[in-house]
Design a protein around this ligand. Structure first.
Ligand SMILES: Cc1ncc(COP(=O)(O)O)c(C=O)c1O
Length: 297
């Protein structure tokens, strides 16, 4: 597949899929061809929203929950409400024919459109194989570093311009945190507020077990409402676990029976060390993976 970017980027097995909505109509496009203008506000300002979904056994997981969160993000950014049925059709068109043995990551991206030219949002979708390193982390777990996010746990609830709870395209801080953690020999990070409370990972929700209860931080701290955490808690309750969303501190995490960073594509990654101190999972990770239907991958 020749392109000005060279073969490497596009040379995946199975091949990448790219789609878009034009006037609300889904279409697949040549993945090697540009699909956005140089004046797109998503590109030049990170002004837009996105979702990352898992395609597993050929099916898009959790589409309805992701589309609901996309609508919520759009509202928080003052963007038009996404057309649910158009996005669902685009997701289905992208996943159509995706091999059942390959986990894929489906990204839905909606930007504010072109700078200075009022018009419709730019609506794109991509589907690619999940990176081998992500699958390894799902199986083997992750070392994490705790990093201060620089906001108090109650700041984003009273400052909506900070876009707490929105899955905006502005992930440069999140990616910088991941690089920082990697530079310190870890694979992921956990953000902590200035008042010392655990928030979330740069791309995941923090879940911990103690006793026969699963916990995660409350949404009023400005974290993203994780679809994986919701699904896990619903299934865990069905299995007899208690679940609770409660503020926690780093020492509470250290004392927990097990800690996981959960997200749609990687699933549940067991935290194997925090700031260089090794920790176990009390044998609970297979149970968490079973609850999330991730046992065979
Ligand atoms: C900041 C943040 N928190 C939490 C999550 C987990 O969300 P979900 O479980 O819906 O993938 C993500 C997912 O990318 C995220 O970026």
């Amino acid at each position: 597949m020749a392109s000005r970017y060279g073969r490497g980027v596009f040379d995946t097995d199975p091949p990448l899929v790219v789609g878009r909505l034009l006037d609300g109509v889904p279409e697949l496009v040549d993945p090697t061809q540009p699909v956005a203008s140089a004046f797109d506000l998503g590109l030049v300002r990170g002004d837009g929203i996105f979702e990352s979904l898992l395609v597993r056994h050929g099916a898009v997981r959790g589409l309805s929950a992701h589309l609901s969160r996309m609508a919520d993000s759009a509202e928080r950014l003052g963007m038009p409400a996404p057309d649910r049925s158009a996005w669902a059709s685009l997701a289905a068109a992208c996943a159509d024919g995706w091999p059942s043995e390959t986990d894929g990551v489906l990204k839905l991206v909606m930007t504010r459109g072109l700078e200075g030219l009022p018009g419709p949002p730019t609506c794109l979708a991509t589907l690619a194989p999940v990176a081998q390193e992500t699958l390894r982390q799902r199986r083997q777990g992750i070392a994490v570093r705790q990093l201060c996010l620089g906001v108090a746990s109650d700041e984003r609830a009273r400052s909506p311009w900070l876009l707490g709870g929105a899955k905006s395209l502005s992930y440069a801080v999140n990616k910088a945190a991941l690089r920082h953690a990697e530079g310190a020999g870890a694979q992921d990070a956990v953000f902590v507020s200035t008042d010392g409370l655990v928030l979330e990972g740069p791309t995941s929700t923090v879940v911990w077990a103690s006793g026969h209860a699963l916990h995660s931080p409350p949404l009023d701290s400005g974290i993203l409402a994780g679809t994986t955490q919701v699904e896990l808690f619903e299934r865990a309750e069905h299995d007899g676990w208690s679940t609770v969303m409660v503020p926690t501190t780093p020492p509470d995490l250290v004392a927990a029976d097990g800690v996981w960073l959960v997200s749609s594509v990687r699933g549940a990654a067991a935290v194997t060390s925090i700031d260089g101190v090794p920790r176990g999972d009390a044998g609970l990770t297979p149970i968490v993976h079973r609850l999330l239907d991730l046992l065979d991958g």
